[in-house]
Design a protein around this ligand. Structure first.
Ligand code: PAF
Length: 312
């Protein structure tokens, strides 16, 4: 199969590595020229409990000379979805499957706005992966990957994507209600990501500090209130227990938002806790803790240039 992965973050690199190892023809699209050069030279290295492995992957900075793609995995940050989709639009035909493997709410809608296709799918993964440096991924927790279509239908393409992911080592399942899975993941991100980003703690360490734990509980409780009013069903019964269990299962993981903050990058806060605020506003629900978390993360983002690593 010929597979295009858009975005060289932790999940993008992990997918490229895993699919290339299965001898598929993988192309990784990275708009950053400097980083693409490094990736082309060094390949992708994945560090797991059983050791370190490296594979060479073809990395390009533009999709304009690509053709004959079977599968496209969109792995960019939510705020880059629109641009990413524009850059691959010309590759779409009835035989191409497009899979969004992203955090947050709203990505599928952005893809659907730009692309007319009956093969747009969503993958929600809870695999614990950290990007240590360009092309270097640490695998720090096993997790399921749920796949589904926004219209809840099953399809041959969906099964093909599941087969592809399963043979590449992702524990994949088809979900008839991917919207529920997406929102269920959102609740986890709402509770973990901003608090790790603000405190600098790993996912597991959040549970060791009363204040962090309390904030996590309050952010999740507010988000669940919104989800209930929207009549979205979560895939677990006890959201607080679930978030805490994800902290434990990915205990050494540096959340994607903390990775962004450490690298002075834009974060996905608008697509996570920001989504809760937007819906809460519509529904007239108070979500003060989520507001504070969004304000703090945005303040950090806006003041990278004022931060120094030492006081000397
Ligand atoms: O965004 C992340 O980092 C991940 O979705 C999760 C589940 C919080 C694990 O780190």
């Amino acid at each position: 199969m010929k597979i295009l992965i858009v975005g060289p973050g932790a999940i993008g690199c992990l997918l490229a590595y895993s699919l290339q190892r299965r001898k598929h023809e993988v192309i990784l699209l990275d708009k950053d020229q400097k980083r693409a050069l490094i990736l082309n030279k060094q390949g992708i290295t994945v560090e797991a409990a059983n050791g370190k492995n490296n594979v060479k992957v073809k990395v390009v900075t533009s999709a304009k000379d690509i053709n004959g793609i079977d599968f496209i995995f969109i792995c960019v940050k939510s705020y880059d979805t629109k641009n990413a989709v524009q850059s691959i639009k010309h590759l779409i035909n009835d035989n191409v499957s497009i899979v969004s493997v992203q955090n947050g709410i709203g990505n599928v809608e952005v893809i659907q706005e730009s692309i007319e296709s009956d093969n747009i799918m969503v993958a929600v993964t809870s695999i614990g992966s950290t990007l240590l440096s360009p092309g270097n991924v640490r695998l720090s927790g096993k997790g399921d990957t749920f796949l589904g279509r926004p219209d809840k239908k099953n399809s041959v393409q969906l099964k093909k994507v599941r087969e592809l992911l399963t043979e590449s080592g992702f524990n994949s399942k088809i979900s008839k209600d991917i919207k529920s899975v997406l929102w269920s993941k959102l609740i986890i991100n709402v509770g973990i990501n901003p608090i790790t980003a603000i405190t600098g703690l790993s996912n597991g360490a959040l549970l060791d500090f009363e204040g962090a734990k309390r904030l996590m509980q309050q952010a999740v409780t507010e988000a669940v209130r919104v989800v209930k009013r929207k009549r979205i069903k979560l895939i677990y019964d006890d959201p607080l227990a679930k978030v805490e269990s994800v902290c434990e299962a990915t205990s050494n993981n540096i959340s994607s938002m903390l990775q962004d903050i450490r690298a002075n990058r834009h974060t996905e806060i608008d697509f996570l806790n920001g989504v809760i605020i937007r819906y809460a506003q519509e529904l007239n629900i108070n979500v003060p803790v989520n507001r504070i978390l969004v304000d703090l993360v945005k303040t950090i983002e806006a003041s990278y240039n004022l931060r120094s690593t030492s006081d000397a």
